[in-house]
Structures are given as C-alpha cells and as structure tokens.
Design a protein around this ligand. Structure first.
Ligand code: ADP
Ligand code: MG
Length: 599
C-alpha cells in the first residue's frame, strides 16, 4: 500500500480522513462518528490535546483551547494557546497529524500524500495556508479539492445517469452552494457561491444571545463579565440547537450559571423550535440568496435540478429542508451521511490519483474572478483602482491567461501589478492576492510591453509570471504582501516543531485495533471496543482521582451522583465500553466543573 493517498475533510468543526481499503473508500477512525472535533488544546498539565479531549476541556479552559481555526486560515495573526503561540497553519497541522495517525492505524503505515478539501469560496491565501498545514504535518498535498465537488463525487458513486445537482453544504463555520453535473465518471461544477463566515456556530451564537438576554431579564445580570458562565451558556445553546432538530421544544436548565454576591443564579428557559427558527431564519434566507445566485450563474432554473444534496451537520436543521423544498420544489436528499460525505469524496479522488479503479474525471471551476487594478475612470473622474477581471469566475480549471502591460513613461524599468480576487468593479473592495513588482526591464524610450501570465492550477492557487515581450526574458517577480510560500527550510523547521509537539501529546491513542487488522473497520463492528480513543484511559483515571479527592467537599446530592459515575466509569473501563465511558466522563466533568467552580 505504498502509494496510498488519503482524502481529508479539514472542517471548521469536525475533520475526517478516508482512504481506499479492501476495495472500497472508507472513512477511517475510532468511535461511532469517525469524526475528529477540529479542536486543539493544552491540558493544565501542559499536555497537547487534539480532538474530543480538547473539545471537552473547552468550557473549562477556553484560554487553553482553540476551535474553528479554519476561520483564521490565511491570516498572518498568530494564535495564543496556553503560554505558546502558533500560526493557524500549525494548529491545523496538529489536527491533520492526528488524522494521519488514525489512518496509519488501519493502513499499517503513515500516509504520505493527501487530498485536502476546502470551501469553494476559500481565497488563494487560504488555499496556500491549507497546503502549508499539510506540509507541516508531513503530508504532501497532491490536490486541494473544493468541498461541494467532493460531496458530488461521494454522491456520484455507483450511479451512471446524467444528473444536475445542487450541493448545499452548511457546516459549523462555512456555507457553500454549488451546481454540479454528474454524468457517469464525470463531475463538472457549473457554479459555486457561498459565505466562509456563516454556519452552525452562528446559530449557536444567536441562541446563546437569546439565552443571555432571558437570563438578564430574569436576574438583571449581564453575562459579559463571567467568562466561565458564558462558555457554559454557549455549550448549552449548541446542545439545545441539536435537540431542536428532532424535537418541537427544549428545556434548558443550567444551575448556578453565575454566582452573584454569594447567590447562585440559575438559567431556566424553555424554547420552541418555532422561536428558534425565528432567530435563525434570516441566516438561512441568506443561504437561499446564494443558492439563487449559483443557479443563475450555472444558467439553470430550479425545475431543471434532479437533486439537492445536503452536506454538513447544520443541514440537519429542519428549516433548511423546509425552505429548500418550498423554494426549489424538490425534496433534498441525505442519502450519503452529511458529515462524512466530503471526506468520502476526497477519498474517491485520492484513490483515483493513487491509481485505483475509481475512474472519475473532475472538472472544477474557479469560484471567483481574478483580475488586476488599473487607472481608469469612475463617475467621470480618474480612479487608479479600477478592476479588470482577467479570469472570470466559474472558468474550468486549470487555466492560463496572459495580459499585456505597457510602461507608462520613457526608460521605466519596473512596473507594479496588483492582483485581486472578487467581483467588485472597485478593486479595493476585492481581496488583494498579491502585489507584484516586475523589475529589471530594458529602459526604452517608447512603451515597453510586458506579458503577464496568470496560471490558476487545479487547487485554485494562482501563480503569476512575467515576460518582457521585446527580449523574451522572464522577469523577476517579488510579492509585496506576505502571502509567499515558505521556504523548504522553514517548512522543515515547522515540521520538526509539529512532530515534537505531537509526539509529546497527552492523549495517546490507547487500545486501538492493531494496525494489521483491516477487518476492524467493518461498518457493523464497534471500532473501539476496549479502546478509549478520545477521552483516553489515562485521562479517565486522572478524572476519577480528582473527583475522589473532592468527594468530601461535595453536597450530599452531588456526592451520590459522583459515586454513581465513578462506579459507571470503573465498570466501563473493565468492560472496555467506550461510549459508556465517554458518557460518564462527560457527566463527571460537568459535575466537577460545578463543584470546583462553586466551592
Ligand atoms: P464543518 O464542515 O464546519 O466541520 P460539520 O459538517 O461537521 O461542520 O457540521 C458541524 C455543525 O453541525 C455544528 O455547528 C453542529 O452544531 C451542527 N450540527 C450537528 N448536528 C446537528 C443537528 N442534529 N442539528 C443541528 N445542527 C447540528
Ligand atoms: Mg464540512
């Protein structure tokens, strides 16, 4: 299996890894969900935590935990975690490293190459950052794949007829909508739209704000000052949101959310699905606007669609299906697990690239236009930042376009080319991709022509080169903003840092199935019988110890509950029952949080 390439869905909220195993593309991982929460943290003991364990401590230690790092990909801002700082790429690399570890347990060796998915709307800088994250995790990123395209690939499996499909992907932090044509082995993306700042997190925020207001109305206390209370409120909001996908109303009770002058103040509220839908409706409406745009760009109408494919955890919100059905007149399909479908699609492409017989040709498009700024006119006056698209959006990839520039004055030896992505005719309202200086031109009296070549590769990443027309000489291009790729030495140093950190992590994958036991990934087999993948056996006994020490400080009721949980944990550890152990760990953590916070 030396040529194994894995497919990775590096999600805002959850990440998954898939590969070709036993003649099939499978999502690999422990636990029922096979999802790795995209969370990284450091325990109070200083141990690195990745995934579930990091997510579990989020409420307790927000300053030692980072979630939704994907939203910061492409930014130069470092993130602080406990007493260390990281680039967003490094944090993502730790998540990728954990996924690679998961895969290596099944494959018998660490994967070296990967296809990683990104939202179609990801900018050039965000795509480059994703590539770098892969490199830091020791993975050669052979392809960056748009998520909706991956979903289309997953849905296309085993079906031969021609279908026009709308892929509606609403995850934790991003929204993407694309129109695809799937025919036999070919998946073609006709158009893509989206918002990389909209997702289930925003629903949580709205619901949390609603709860905070109710709390304020009742007790006259703002939660603003109480960070632990706020974190618990947010957690409660997310749980309530999920329940509201299945139930018409939900009761939220958070005891002693805040202690004010020695008095515990409780949050007690009931909210109906209808009320909740009132809060989030404007956000879902905005996704429907993007949906209409995508249909328009594809030159399609709703009645020409054969299918709506729902992707992403937030599409479990009933209002999503209701509104799509209402506007498009088609029942959305969830035939492929909405949380795993992107990873499966990435796995399909990865397998094909590795030479396995999953023949599927992929034609992807640039989801936005690329262009340059130039001196023109706006409102009758000269304006130096007019935008001229060179690569129009929704052009199939890869592609190359060449533009001609002329020097503006005699003996000019350098020109400045600013490349943007976006659709606004004012360049300054688009995203600056790079500020290119073409230098060393032959000084001439008459205008000197420069050919500027833009190549957009299959990953949607732009490369710019320039040639002086009269001499045919390539010209040196320097990029003034900081989006340049890192040098090999920098990457190697970064890899070393990630490797050392990762290898020192606290929550090792104990009790995993032996690497050479591929049977263990069978759908119906409990992958983690006798394995404690996320909470970890060590973490569980640590928690038990902590709890036992606190027993005599607890109120009687809490003590009884704690003792019962201890028994449950002991029994679960003895029986190797992961899900029971995880439930008990979670319940005990909550209890201890309450006890420790309010002693
Ligand atoms: P991402 O692609 O951003 O990693 P996912 O596709 O894993 O995200 O979706 C995560 C989001 O789905 C979270 O906001 C989570 O709260 C939400 N979610 C998961 N299950 C449900 C549910 N049953 N109802 C509503 N939202 C859900
Ligand atoms: Mg996703």
């Amino acid at each position: 299996m030396s040529d194994c390439i894995v497919g990775i869905d590096l999600g805002t909220t959850n990440s998954e890894i898939a590969a070709f195993v036993d003649g099939q593309v499978r999502v690999l991982g422990p636990g029922e969900t096979r999802m790795l929460p995209s969370c990284v943290g450091f325990s109070t003991a200083g141990d690195l935590l990745v995934g579930e364990a990091a997510r579990n401590q989020q409420v307790l230690y927000p300053e030692r935990t980072i979630r939704s790092i994907k939203r910061q990909m492409g930014s130069q801002e470092p993130v602080t975690l406990a007493d260390k700082t990281f680039t967003p790429q490094e944090v993502s690399a730790l998540i990728l490293r954990e996924l690679a570890e998961w895969a290596s347990r099944v494959l018998g060796q660490p994967p070296r190459q990967a296809v990683i998915t990104v939202p179609a709307y990801f900018s050039d800088a965000q795509r480059n950052a994703t590539r770098e994250a892969g490199a830091l995790a020791g993975l050669d990123v052979v392809r960056i794949l748009n998520e909706p395209t991956a979903a289309g690939l997953a849905y296309g499996l085993g079906d031969g007829s021609r279908q026009t499909a709308l892929v509606y992907d609403l995850g934790g932090g991003t929204f993407d909508v694309s129109v695809l044509v799937i025919e036999g082995d070919i998946t073609e993306v006709l158009s893509s739209h989206g918002d990389n700042r909209l997702g289930g997190d925003d629903f949580d925020d709205l619901l949390a704000a609603h709860l905070a207001k109710a709390f304020h109305d009742r007790h006259g206390v703002e939660l603003g000052e109480h960070s632990a209370g706020k974190a618990r409120l947010w957690w409660a909001a997310e749980q309530a949101k999920r329940k509201l996908s299945a139930e018409p109303d939900v009761k939220i009770h958070e005891a002693a959310l805040v202690i004010e002058s020695g008095t515990p103040l409780h949050l007690d509220i009931e909210i109906s699905r209808e009320e909740y839908e009132g809060l989030i409706r404007p956000l879902i409406e905005s996704t429907l606007d993007s949906t209409s745009k995508a249909l328009r760009d594809a030159g399609t109408t709703p009645d020409a669609l054969d299918a709506i494919l729902l992707v992403g955890g937030s599409t479990r919100t009933p209002l999503v299906s209701t509104l799509l059905r209402e506007r498009i007149g088609l029942d959305p399909s969830q035939a492929v697990h909405p949380d795993l479908c992107v990873a499966l699609g990435a796995g399909v492409l990865a397998s094909r690239l590795a030479g396995h017989a999953i023949e599927r040709v992929l034609v992807d498009v640039s989801p936005y236009s690329f262009g340059v700024s130039h001196l023109g006119e706006r409102g009758g006056v000269p304006y130096p930042h007019c935008y001229r698209p060179i690569i129009p959006r929704n052009t199939p990839l890869p592609l190359t376009r060449t533009e001609r520039y002329s020097t503006a004055y005699p003996y000019q030896t350098a020109v400045d080319v600013q490349v943007y992505q976006g659709e606004d005719e004012d360049a300054l309202r688009n995203v600056l991709v790079g500020d290119f200086q073409v230098e060393g031109l032959t000084p001439t009296e008459e205008p000197n022509d420069i050919l500027c070549r833009m190549h957009l590769d299959l990953d949607g990443i732009l490369e710019v080169t320039a040639v002086e027309k009269r001499t045919g000489a390539s010209k040196h291009i320097t990029i003034a903003n900081a989006l340049t790729a890192k040098s090999a030495a920098e990457i190697a140093a970064g890899q070393q840092r990630i490797r050392e950190l990762y290898e020192s992590r606290g929550d090792v994958l104990e009790g995993w199935p032996a690497p050479d036991a591929p049977d263990n990934i069978d759908e119906d087999i409990d992958l983690v019988a006798s394995a404690l993948p996320a909470a970890g056996r060590a973490a569980a006994s640590h928690l038990l110890e902590r709890s036992r020490r606190l027993l005599d400080q607890m109120h009687e009721e809490d003590r009884e509950a704690a003792i019962e949980l201890h028994d449950q944990m002991d029994a679960a550890i003895a029986a190797g029952n992961t899900s029971e152990l995880q439930n008990a760990v979670r319940a005990l953590e909550e209890l201890l949080f309450f006890v420790e916070g309010h002693r």
